[in-house]
Design a protein around this ligand. Structure first.
Ligand SMILES: [Mn+2]
Length: 246
């Protein structure tokens, strides 16, 4: 396949607007210009929104420009594959209604005889022993149903509080932490390479990383908060790039 596939994750677009947020969006829309200009697909690998919770009748107003831009990507003929992360898992049918493909779980994909394993990555490295239980709670259908009964203004306010707290709690990147990540990533990607995958693509951990071993490549996509990185696949090669404006 001659065309390109783009991968992005952890944009964490906020449900409000300020100068910084507008700047981050502008930069992302510049990247989308490049994507609309001939890419075959865009994979959004989770936590695209800092919070997304879908209702039957309303969509969050501060995401309007982003949603229009995604729709424009679809209209340009580029497929958009939207994977829920731990911040934006609560998708219903808005994105499919607008021509995108939605995933609630990991994705296997094959192209040019290359096998891809694509996952947001939360819980995959077993870093937090309590996370699997927490993940079950926030994905529980009854809890989701109850949360949906809250007024959206209140629901988004609660979510912003939780999101801020979890960000402040996340540990600093120290040497030991990086070593731990590295060991876990080696274990995880080793298993996937053994299963025959050529590319393992994850988000969630926010640091951009490309690691090659056993003929396979592990890619952590980075984020759109600090690193402004994205993945690009073209003719058998995977590039992890930092977005530079012309
Ligand atoms: Mn995440």
């Amino acid at each position: 396949m001659d065309k390109e596939i783009y991968f992005i994750s952890d944009n964490h677009f906020m449900p409000f607007l300020n100068e910084e947020e507008r700047g981050r969006r502008q930069l992302f829309f510049e990247l989308l210009k490049q994507i609309k200009n001939g890419a075959d697909r865009l994979y959004i690998v989770g936590d695209f929104f800092d919070f997304w919770f879908e209702y039957k009748y309303v969509i969050p107003r501060h995401y309007f420009d982003i949603l229009c831009e995604l729709k424009a990507v679809v209209k340009s003929g580029c497929q958009v594959h939207f994977m829920g992360g731990n911040h934006d898992y609560w998708l219903y049918d808005f994105f499919t209604e607008n021509g995108m493909e939605v995933y609630y779980d990991d994705v296997n994909m094959e192209i040019d005889d290359k096998k891809f394993f694509i996952t947001h990555g939360d819980g995959k490295l077993n870093l937090d022993p309590f996370y699997p239980a927490f993940r079950k709670v926030i994905r529980n259908p009854l809890i989701i149903k109850l949360f949906r009964l809250l007024h959206p203004d209140l629901a988004y306010r609660i979510a912003r509080l939780v999101s801020r707290t979890s960000r402040n709690k996340s540990p600093d990147s120290s040497d030991t932490l990086e070593n731990l990540y590295m060991r876990k990533i080696e274990d995880f990607s080793h298993k996937k390479f053994q299963q025959g995958y050529n590319f393992v693509v994850t988000g969630h951990y926010h640091f951009p990383m490309k690691y090659e071993k056993e003929g396979g490549i592990f890619i952590n996509l980075g984020d759109w908060l600090e690193h402004f990185t994205f993945g690009r696949y073209h003719k058998g090669q995977f590039y992890l790039e930092k977005f530079q404006q012309d």
